[in-house]
Design a protein around this ligand. Structure first.
Ligand code: ADE
Length: 473
C-alpha cells in the first residue's frame, strides 16, 4: 500500500479535496493511504506561530525550519523517505515522474506557504523539488493534490480496469484523439462515420491520424519528439530482431534518447530509462562506444549491450557482466492459445511464493525480493495454479522483456510453462506491444520453448551488465 503523507498548514483542504475522488475511494479500499499532517502541531511557539521575517529583508514571511523539520521527523521517524517540496522553482511535473513516484511505497509532500520555507530545512529533508507549471499558487496544497491524483491513479487496482492507466502510452508522445458518445447526431453534428464502422483497424488508424494532427497543431514540441522517435524506430526496424528491445522501449514511452549517430545504414544509439535506471545501447565502433560510455547517467544501475567491445569497455568502467543472452521476439499479432486454464495476474498475497522461488533457477536481472515486489505491484506478474495451489509464474521485467519464467519441478512437462508464456504474450499484445525476451545462452530448453510459441532469435547476442557499487568491491 502506497502511503502519501502531506505536510501542510491546511490538512483539511487536502483531505476534503481528495476524499470524494477516485483517490479517496482507493484510500477507503486500502490501496493507498492519505495522511495529512498539520505542521502547526509541531511549532514550539506558544501562540502557534510557524512563520517569521526573512533575514536580509524583503516582502512577506517565511515558514521556519523547526516546525517543518519536527513534522517531517514525526512522519518518517528518521527513515529515508522520498520527500517532495512543491515549488514553482522545481522540475516540471510529467507523466514520467508520476510513474517513477508511483514505484515508491511511501512519499512525503511538503507544502509551503507565505514566501517559502527556510532553506536549511529544505536542504535536510527534501529529495525532490517539483513544480506543476509556470505559475505561482498561494501554497503547495493544490500542487500536492495534483501530484497525488496523477501518481495514485497509476497504482494497480486504483482505476477499475487495470489496463486503463497504461493506455495512454499506446499513443505515446501524442495527445488523445477526439471521442464521441450517443447520440449519433447532436445539434446537427454527426459522429465521424469511421467510428460507427465496427472496423477496429480503421478506427485505430483514424485515431492515430487525429492524434498526430492535434499534436502537430497544439503541441509542436511534443510532435517534434514524436517524429524523432518515429524516424529512429524506422531505422531500427531494418534489423528488428537485433533492435526490438530499443524499439519497444521507445514505443512504450519508457526511454529517453541520449545519443544517436547515423552512419549510412547503421545506427549508434544510447537509450536511458530513468524509471529503472537502465541503459540500452548499440555502438558502431570504439569511438562511438567511448562517447556513449561517457554519457551514461551517473545513477545507471544496469546496461544492455549487443557488442563484445562495448561489454569490455564498460567492464573497464566498473560494470560487471551479469550474463550473455539471446534475444527472442514474437512478431505475430494473433493471440496464442493458452491450454492451462488456471492463470491469473498476481497480487501481493502471492508475493511470498514468488520471492521464495525467484532467483532459485529462473534467471533475470535483479534477483532480490524487492524487485519481485515491485513487479507484482506494477501488475507485471502472472501465476499458474493447480486446484488453487500456485505452481509457477512469469512476468515482464522493468525494461520490458518477458521473463522470470518458473514452474516447480514436479509440475514440469505438462505445458504449464508454455501456457504461462502464452498468457503473458497475450497481455502484451493487448497493449500493442511486441513481446520479446532474453534467454541465457546455452539454455536450449528455454530457447526451444520460445521457438515452439513462434518466437524468432536475433543474430547478435546480448550482455547485461550491472554497476559494481563501491562497497561490493
Ligand atoms: N507552489 C506555488 N506554486 C507552485 C507551482 N506552480 N508548482 C508547485 N508548487 C507550487
Amino acid at each position: 500500500m502506497t502511503k502519501f503523507h502531506i505536510l501542510t498548514l491546511f490538512p483539511e483542504m487536502v483531505l476534503q479535496g481528495l476524499s470524494p475522488s477516485i483517490i479517496g475511494r482507493a484510500a477507503e479500499r486500502g490501496l493507498l493511504s492519505l495522511n495529512a499532517v498539520d505542521i502547526r502541531d509541531y511549532t514550539l511557539d506558544r501562540h502557534g506561530k510557524v512563520d517569521d521575517y526573512p533575514y536580509g529583508g524583503g516582502a512577506g514571511m517565511l515558514m521556519q525550519a523547526q516546525p517543518v523539520y519536527d513534522a517531517h521527523r514525526a512522519v518518517t521517524g528518521g527513515r529515508a523517505v522520498r520527500t517532495i517540496y512543491m515549488t514553482p522553482q522545481g522540475a516540471p511535473f510529467t507523466q514520467r515522474m508520476a510513474q517513477d513516484f508511483a514505484r515508491e511505497e511511501e512519499l512525503v509532500f511538503l507544502c509551503g506557504h507565505y514566501e517559502g520555507i527556510d532553506e536549511r530545512v529544505l536542504e535536510l529533508v527534501v529529495t525532490d523539488q517539483v513544480s506543476i507549471g509556470d505559475y505561482v499558487l498561494t501554497g503547495g496544497e493544490l500542487a500536492a493534490m495534483v501530484m497525488i491524483d496523477a501518481i495514485g491513479r497509476l497504482i494497480p487496482g486504483v482505476l477499475g480496469n487495470e489496463e486503463s492507466a497504461g493506455e495512454e502510452s499506446f499513443f505515446n508522445d501524442l495527445l488523445e484523439y477526439p471521442q464521441y458518445s450517443r447520440p449519433e447526431q447532436w445539434q446537427g453534428m454527426r459522429v465521424p462515420e469511421v467510428l460507427l464502422s465496427g472496423n477496429h483497424r480503421l478506427v485505430s488508424a483514424w485515431r492515430l491520424e487525429q492524434s498526430r494532427q492535434r499534436t502537430a497543431s497544439r503541441r509542436p514540441d511534443l510532435y517534434a519528439r514524436y517524429q524523432e522517435k518515429q524516424r529512429l524506430t524506422e531505422r531500427l526496424s531494418r534489423q528488428k530482431r537485433d533492435n526490438i528491445h530499443m524499439m519497444e522501449s521507445l514505443s512504450r514511452g519508457q526511454a529517453d534518447i541520449i545519443y544517436t549517430d547515423f552512419r549510412g545504414k547503421d545506427t549508434a544509439l544510447l537509450l536511458y530509462d530513468r524509471c529503472c535506471a537502465i541503459a540500452m545501447l548499440t555502438a558502431l565502433d570504439g569511438e562511438t562506444g567511448e562517447r556513449m560510455a561517457d554519457l551514461l547517467p551517473g545513477d545507471t544501475r544496469m546496461v544492455l549491450v549487443s557488442e563484445a567491445f562495448m561489454r569490455d569497455l564498460l567492464a573497464e568502467r566498473g560494470y560487471a557482466v551479469f550474463g550473455e543472452f539471446s534475444q527472442m521476439l514474437y512478431t505475430r499479432k494473433e493471440a496464442l492459445p493458452v491450454r492451462h486454464k488456471e492463470i491469473r495476474r498476481l497480487s501481493m498475497e502471492d508475493f511470498p511464493y514468488v520471492s521464495g522461488w525467484y532467483g532459485s533457477g529462473s534467471e533475470g536481472p535483479g534477483t532480490e525480493g524487492g524487485y519481485v515486489r515491485e513487479r507484482i505491484q506494477a501488475g507485471a506478474m502472472y501465476g499458474a495454479f493447480l486446484e488453487g495451489r500456485q505452481v509457477g509464474f512469469v512476468g515482464t521485467h522493468e525494461e520490458g522483456a518477458l521473463g522470470m519464467l518458473f514452474v516447480e519441478e514436479p509440475f514440469r512437462g505438462r505445458g504449464i510453462g508454455a501456457s504461462l508464456e502464452a498468457y503473458a504474450v497475450n497481455r502484451m499484445l493487448e497493449r500493442g506491444w511486441t513481446p520479446y525476451g532474453h534467454v541465457a545462452v546455452g539454455n536450449a530448453a528455454s530457447e526451444r520453448l520460445q521457438e515452439r510459441l513462434g518466437f524468432y532469435k536475433a543474430e547478435k547476442t546480448f550482455w547485461w551488465l550491472e554497476k559494481v557499487l563501491a562497497n561490493d568491491t
